[in-house]
Design a protein around this ligand. Structure first.
Ligand code: CA
Length: 224
């Protein structure tokens, strides 16, 4: 899952970026509001973590512009605990949730999972297509009665596919789900990860659509 982190505090930004990497998110980090708006002009973000006090353009204005053009990407405001008025304004302008600084990384990750679920209309913390079930909190894939551990990138790629079962995702879309900016994209990374996932989950777990990309079956259990 690809996340835009907007935070001008270097120490906090570094810590959050690292924590999100460790939790298998692809993270792009920007440190001012104008760059944040420019980044959000490109599609592909599934969540935005937005500080409010920012150089060049404050977070409220970034959010206002995003919502003004009908973009419903979930936004979690991260801001100082004492700025109640700002938090209220943020929610009124269209933020989905907020978290006061300082915060525990565990709470940030839990709120991010909750927002991702809500935005996909899912009510539980698992994704399933009837054959493979992906537990978002533990990052375990479950096939039959077997629980399988996944690497960060295996989890990120499988999550991207299972958020849209039946949809074909291109190599570029899958790379976006596993790499942040500045990370070198290995040319065969997607193939290697899919190979590893198929070995763990079964050859039919991820299907290749020649020339287009890959997909997981929608409701694969019912088809059997
Ligand atoms: Ca700030």
């Amino acid at each position: 899952m690809r996340v835009l982190l907007v935070e001008d505090d270097q120490m906090l930004g570094t810590a959050v970026q690292q924590a999100l990497h460790d939790a298998s998110y692809a993270v792009d980090w920007v440190v001012d509001g104008a760059t944040a708006s420019a980044a959000l002009d490109t599609p592909g973000y599934e969540l935005v973590l937005l500080d409010l006090g920012l150089p060049q353009r404050d977070g409220i204005e970034v959010l206002r512009r995003l919502r003004a053009r009908g973009d419903a990407t979930p936004v979690l405001i991260i801001t100082a605990r004492d700025s109640v008025d700002q938090r209220i304004e943020g929610l009124d302008v269209g933020a989905d949730d907020y978290l006061g600084k300082p915060f525990a990384v565990g709470e940030l990750l839990a709120r991010m999972r909750a927002l991702a679920r809500r935005s996909k209309g899912a009510s539980s913390s698992t994704l399933t297509n009837g054959v493979v079930t992906l537990e978002l909190a533990t990052k375990l894939a479950i096939v039959g009665s077997t629980s399988l551990g996944l690497s960060h990138r295996e989890f990120a790629l499988l999550q991207a596919l299972m958020l849209r079962p039946g949809a074909v995702l291109s190599r570029a879309q899958l790379e976006q789900s596993i790499y942040g900016w500045g990370e070198e994209v290995e040319s065969n990374a997607v193939d290697v990860i899919i190979h590893g996932l198929r070995r763990k989950l079964g050859a039919d777990s991820i299907r290749n659509v020649r020339g287009l990309g890959w997909r997981v079956d929608r409701d694969a259990g019912a088809a059997r």
